[in-house]
Ligand binder design. Structure first.
Ligand SMILES: *Cc1c(COP(=O)(O)O)cnc(C)c1O
Length: 369
């Protein structure tokens, strides 16, 4: 018998969510598959989207290489751009699109000696003050890129700091700043991540860049019934015991029974990516019924309350997050973000399936990663 813990990835749901995102936004959409597709397996995710996606976005060159070496032919945008002349050369050979967000990257293009021209996404800082050229410098950088003679097209982009907070005026200000800075510049435009796409219709332009929503997750307060969870993190109960009043449970004795309490031991822990900070009371589903985590999460195990589920016992199925337990709810219980939880899954095997098409057909099993 193998350890009954796995991370199932529903590729049909992924395709559903991509088409939904692009439909809401209009125009075209780059599916953001950085960080191993937010923990979902970059190559399997990209292959399942390849026939419908306008392109992909990854954080850095190595992530793009994985996709190209795996046979992905769609456009791929490198969101951090290139770090050196040799990276820019490889980007050119692999026909990648590159973000340019700082002077050094303009210099690399000026000095490049490849005969090919670059598809550049010019990143403009409209208030996040992280990466990107100051909006007041956008026109000058644009001219400088044009005058290199080495760019085939320039897409104008910016990124939002607070798009998931619709009551905050910052996003509207960023849109206004972007429009003013780019009014005289030709080229496609791209502003929206998932939250921007969902909450800010006025930000929809030629290209969207959805990430989180492709995986069926949203940040707090953005419930979208059309999105289907893609990842199911699941395990089973492999032992049961009953605590008497006063008995404590697990490391730190953080949970002390105030009444007789049936506890299920589950084969998943923080080494598999379940957050150790999840507090007693964080939702967990057992045999499809609502329950909660109790006690501190260990490296390889965690404990769940079965007191109100007398039929549950050894072998009962456990959903840590998925269709019954939104990853955002677990994130809330752990004081983390759904991004962080999805990106953190490890050790438990990823199992990719096409439930929408092939009745649970396993199309790719990616070992422990
Ligand atoms: C990661 C990233 C995205 C995707 O953001 P989500 O919030 O996951 O939709 C979009 N654009 C840029 C520049 C990014 O770095």
């Amino acid at each position: 018998m193998t350890r009954p813990t796995s991370v199932r990835i529903d590729l049909a749901a992924l395709r559903n969510n991509y088409l939904y995102a692009r439909g809401v936004h209009g125009g075209r959409a780059l599916a953001v598959v950085k960080a191993n597709a937010y923990g979902h397996g970059a190559l399997a995710s990209a292959h399942s989207l390849a026939s419908i996606a306008d392109g992909f976005a990854v954080a850095f060159l190595d992530e793009a290489c994985v996709l190209r070496e795996g046979g992905v032919r769609n456009p791929i945008l490198v969101l951090e751009g290139c770090f050196s002349a040799s990276e820019l050369k490889i980007a050119n050979e692999l026909d990648l699109w590159v973000v340019v967000h700082q002077q050094e990257q303009v210099r690399l293009i000026e000095q490049s000696r490849t005969g090919e021209r670059f598809n550049v996404w010019l990143k403009i800082d409209t208030g996040m003050s992280r990466a990107g050229f100051r909006h007041t410098d956008a026109a000058a950088v644009y001219q400088r890129l044009q005058s290199t003679g080495k760019v085939s097209s320039i897409t104008l982009m910016s990124h939002f700091a607070r798009a998931d907070e619709p009551e905050q005026p910052m996003t509207a200000q960023q849109i206004e700043t972007f429009d003013a800075a780019t009014a005289m510049l030709r080229g496609d435009r791209s502003l929206c991540n998932s939250a921007g796409l969902l909450a800010w219709p006025s930000a929809r332009r030629d290209w969207a860049r959805p990430g989180l929503m492709l995986y069926g997750a949203t940040t707090h307060g953005q419930d979208v019934p059309e999105l289907q969870p893609v990842m199911t993190f699941e395990s089973r109960v492999f032992n049961v015991r009953t605590l008497e009043p006063g008995d404590s449970l697990g490391y730190g004795a953080t949970f002390v029974a105030s009444e007789r309490t049936r506890v299920g031991l589950v084969c998943a822990g923080y080494a598999d990516g379940y957050p150790q900070t999840a507090a007693s009371g964080t939702p967990i589903a057992v045999d499809g019924r609502a329950s909660t985590l109790i006690g501190r999460v260990s490296m390889d195990m965690l404990t769940v309350d079965l007191t109100h589920l007398p039929d549950a016992g050894v072998g009962s199925s456990v959903e840590l997050w998925g269709a019954q337990v939104p990853v955002a709810a677990v994130a809330k219980g752990a004081g983390r973000s759904p991004y962080e939880l999805l990106c953190s899954v490890k050790r438990a095997p990823l199992v990719h399936e096409n439930t929408g098409q092939g009745m649970g057909e396993v199309v790719r099993r990616t070992g422990t990663r």
